[in-house]
Design a protein around this ligand. Sequence first.
Ligand code: AGP
Length: 589
Amino acid sequence: MCGIIGCSGNFDAVPVLLRGLEKLEYRGYDSAGIAILCENKIQVVKCKGRLANLREKVDEGMFRGCGTGIGHTRWATHGEPSDVNSHPHISRSGMFCVVHNGIIENYSMIRENLIENGYEFVSQTDTEVIAHLIEFNFNGDVVRALQKTVNQLEGSYALGVVYSGTPGKIYSARKDSPLVLGQTASGCYIASDIPAILEYTRDIFIAGDGETACIGRESMEFYNSMGMEIKKIPIHVDWDAGSAEKEGYEHFMLKEIHEEPDAIRRTLANRQFDKMEIGRPGRIHIIACGTAYHAGVVAKYVIEETSGIPVEVSYASEFRYRKSIAGPGDLAIIISQSGETIDTLFAMRKAKEMKSRTLAIVNVVGSSIAREADDVFYTRAGPEIAVASTKAYSTQLAAMFMLAKKLAGNMMRSEELELIPGMIDMVLSQKEKVSRFASELHGGKSIFFIGRGLDYALSMEGSLKLKEISYIHSEAYAGGELKHGTIALIEEGTPVICCMTQPHIFQKMVGNMREVQARGARVLVITTSSFREQAERLTDMVVEIPDVDPLFSPLTAVTPMQLFAYYCAVLKGCDVDKPRNLAKSVTVE
Ligand code: AGP
């Protein structure tokens, strides 16, 4: 999604803004720009394409000594990627300049009203209306004009604003889209997320919905939605700066897969569930998108198996618009790595309107979903930079196992959970074997994942991982369902990944494996040590995971799937960390 950065201090703003935008690149973007406020003049440089294009256009010498500015990386939602649609956007008089992350849903009406008042528009964006509207509302007090403006906006926004009449000042406002602020001895900063300013400060202010702020070289003022000045307490972020860098791995994704053992240890050490009064809900609704949804499907099997509570798993975008059965006495579990996915945020709000208790399983501290849920459990995966989620998924699973234990009490044994991190390390030691299998199979037109029970739920995630980073078509199928149609697609050489970690249905899966092999499939099996020998008699591609309570095997069996997807993507020369068309946090519907 879009990223915004802003700074005001005793330094040159241009290098600070460009470096901040680099840290935001992973959010996915198609254009970038900056605006520098020099004395009483705003100068904008922006263009379509990657940051390198912007750097070429910026003459840093021009802005020497100018310490205030805002910057933006744009992921197009209104208007195609182009120079003119890039941010920042400037008002009619050139005195106000805005960067924005989010969507203004009533921008057409505002645009029409402004045109009737003599304003002209140069872009197709929703954001441009904000720049003109601030000017339209301005009567000498920028904070008041900004507050009046945002009160007229419907939709989501994180805004950075500069006004040529107040050198050294940056104004911000936030609703639904994330915004953080920081202050150091040399200046103040605003940004869409923490890694963009982490090298300057660990004490981070999280902007709340409806809040505005005015920052200067040495000052920060915060205002609530009523326009009253408020005091805010920063959170202390203990991520080390390196954890947002690659640390020697070729890609963030490979680094983050290797971080899974430590990330799960941190999750298991989190005691937030202990303090939650959850009781025994009559029904559980798990609501999420993408990979987080797949964690929810695994959780469904686990919770129903251990506590017998009925669980319905919904795509957030579906839950929002269909008649839902959620109601009082139900528990709505909201899973989201970023905590900013707009589909999930709005679906949670619907669950709250229906009087369900909401529990958020989130990775980003202080994110919108975390702040609005009745309860929150942080997965503590650390910053996940690669667009394709890996360690966040694993920690979501770990969190759901902990929740299942809280719900099931003595009906569930969970001591083996502590063994999982060490077991993942053992699985990671087989990465060369997985790489070899990827080199044999990555040429497949389609690659199928099949499994039964928990293995089927897990296969959904393996299939998505492969699709989103290697662009190879893939489907996950229940092993017993393939023969009801899709097996027609299996032909000579079709790769099929068989996930076979569940002892009680292992032999059934052997049958399904034989079905596809009889039609020419190349089978790779992921199974446990107990079944390795039997599997090796059936195929020459076997990845072994350590024996563990079958309930917890998704935590170790997912790692080979993630590695398989990673190596296929590398072999195909794909942009592993920033796959085409995708964004790390989808803050548009
Ligand atoms: C993950 O690999 C995907 N890029 C994507 O499906 C993601 O899981 C989904 O957009 C939900 O994001 P969230 O967990 O931040 O809400």
